[in-house]
Design a protein around this ligand. Structure first.
Ligand SMILES: C[S@@+](CC[C@H](N)C(=O)[O-])C[C@H]1O[C@@H](n2cnc3c(N)ncnc32)[C@H](O)[C@@H]1O
Length: 255
C-alpha cells in the first residue's frame, strides 16, 4: 500500500475524532501558533495538511483569507462544514498534497503546518513547497512533536507510533529539523520547545490500531514503561499521561 493511501484511509477514519481531540483543539497551542504567525488583516495565509482546518479557522478572523489543503477528502469536508458553522466567509479548503500545492509561487503572505511533517516520508519537500508559495519576506510556521536526539530512543518511539497508527512515518529530532530548514533555504526566526501532555489511553484509542496491534504496543512498552525524554509516560490514577515535546518555529526565507 502506498503511504499516501495509508494516510487517506487512516485520516478518513480519524477525521471526526481528531477534530474533537484535546491536542487538536488545545486553545493554548492555537494561541501560541497565532502569536508566532503574527498575521495582519490584509494578509492571505495558507495551511498545508490542514486536516479539519482548526488553525485556518482560528486565524481567519485576523486575516483577509485562509486557504487550507489536505490529502484526505473527509478532512476537507469537515473543514468546510465547521468553517460554515462558525460563520467564516474568508476560508476555502481543497484537496492537495503538501509537497505539491496547486497554487502559484509567492501567492501567500504566510503558511502554516502543524502535526504533519511526521506523516510525510520526505519532509524537506514540504518545507521547500511552503517556501515556494510564500512571498519573499513572508512567514512560515511549523509545529510538530520532537523525536529524541538519541537514535535508539527515537527508534523505540517510531516503532510504537507506527503500531498505534500506520499513517505515522517518523518524528524528527530538533537538530534534524534544523538541518532540513537549512536545506530548504529557510532561516529560523524563532524557535520554541514546549511540553504537551495528552491522555495516553485516549491517544492510543484514536490511532486506529486493532486489539492485536494494541497488545504489541503494550508488549513493546513493557521494555521501557517510562518511554523516553521526548515521549514520557507517567502513570496517574485511572490511566497514564503522555508528555511530548512540541517544536514550534517561525521561519523566513533567505531571499
Ligand atoms: C494529525 S492531522 C493534523 C491536521 C492539522 N494540520 C492540525 O494540526 O489540526 C495530519 C493531517 O495531515 C494530512 N496529510 C498527511 N500527509 C499529507 C500530505 N502529503 N499532503 C497533505 N496532507 C497530508 C492528513 O490527511 C491529516 O489530515
Amino acid at each position: 500500500v502506498a503511504h499516501s493511501d495509508t494516510i487517506v484511509g487512516g485520516f478518513t477514519r480519524q477525521a471526526e475524532s481528531f477534530n474533537a481531540s484535546a491536542p487538536a483543539t488545545n486553545q493554548d497551542l492555537l494561541d501560541l501558533i497565532s502569536a508566532l504567525a503574527a498575521p495582519r488583516l490584509e494578509q492571505r495565509w495558507l495551511e498545508a495538511a490542514c486536516g479539519p482546518g482548526l488553525i485556518a479557522r482560528s486565524l481567519a478572523p485576523a486575516v483577509a483569507a485562509v486557504h487550507g489543503f489536505d490529502l484526505t477528502p473527509a478532512m476537507i469536508a469537515l473543514a468546510r462544514r465547521d468553517a460554515a458553522a462558525a460563520g467564516l466567509h474568508n476560508t476555502t479548503f481543497a484537496v492537495g498534497a503538501a509537497a505539491a500545492l496547486p497554487v502559484p509561487d509567492a501567492s501567500f503572505d504566510g503558511a502554516v503546518t502543524r502535526f504533519s511533517l511526521h506523516h510525510i516520508p520526505v519532509p524537506v519537500r514540504v518545507l521547500r513547497e511552503l517556501r515556494r508559495v510564500t512571498r519573499s519576506g513572508g512567514t512560515i510556521v511549523v509545529v510538530d512533536p520532537l523525536a529524541d536526539e538519541d537514535g535508539g530512543e527515537a527508534a523505540f518511539v517510531q516503532e510504537l507510533e507506527r503500531l498505534r497508527d500506520p499513517s505515522h512515518w517518523a518524528t524528527l529530532s530538533r537538530s534534524r529539523l534544523n538541518e532540513l530548514v537549512a536545506q530548504a533555504g529557510l532561516r529560523v526566526a524563532r524557535e520554541e520547545v514546549r511540553p504537551m501532555e495528552l491522555d495516553f489511553e485516549d491517544w492510543l484509542s484514536r490511532g486506529g490500531a486493532d486489539a492485536a496491534q494494541l497488545a504489541m504496543v503494550e508488549a513493546l512498552l513493557s521494555e521501557r514503561p517510562q518511554g523516553t525524554p521526548c515521549f514520557r509516560i507517567q502513570p496517574r490514577r485511572g490511566g497514564r499521561t503522555l508528555r511530548l515535546q512540541m517544536w514550534l518555529t517561525r521561519l523566513s526565507s533567505d531571499d
